[in-house]
Design a protein around this ligand. Sequence first.
Ligand code: FES
Length: 255
Amino acid sequence: MFQSFYKIQSVEQLNPTTFSFVVDCKNLAAESWCGRFVNIQCGEKTLRRPISISEIDQEMGTITLVFEVRGEGTAWLAQRKAGDEINILGPLGNGFFPDKGKRAIFIGGGIGCPPMLGAAQDYGEKAEAILGFRSKGQVILLDKFEKCCQSVSVTTNDGSFGTKGFVTDVLREKLESDTDCVVYACGPMPMLKGVAELCNEKNVLCYVSLEQRMGCGIGACLACACKTHEKDGEHMRHVCKNGPVFDAREVDFNG
Ligand code: FES
């Protein structure tokens, strides 16, 4: 894990509230893989903001961070420009370890899509993606998913783009015809719960990356606690340290 000031190489605004930064950080990029995250100091805010790593370019020594403005910290971050330096702690968390022998379905909901992009790119052309957004204005990263996946399905809640409905509608259809696959998902809790229940019903292995409010990001506080049911009983786990990726069968989505 590293903590240092790293230079923003480029900035792109993906929609009115979502930004993408490519950050120059050779040492940090070398230790990064999909599903891990970084903690960024945002101005005078005491608590760092956790941002998942979207893409990694080991050769160039860069990572891409995609984040949504949700409060003062991320609003400060969105005002940074190419050439500015930001204080980053990371990479943190366990990340995804896709089983490349299996058909893989990557599911992202809203700002849960960016970490799934890196995972799908890493997996290769057999990857399939299902992306869910509230409406057309929120759709991000579609061109990049289309480049690395053999199929991409998009759903919007209001039907303004792609299919009207939820990612679980598309997943159900896919699993009706073939359950020999692994599912990886990141997005809001209700979406993850729906995906996990469906995979459980169809006996499909599923890994979820939990989006949780965080404090320290390194397992030293209790801000990110989540309840799990594991072989040896019930545990309170730290999403930052034990996750953010968990076997969906172990997560207590109601806890
Ligand atoms: Fe402090 Fe996870 S954020 S323990």
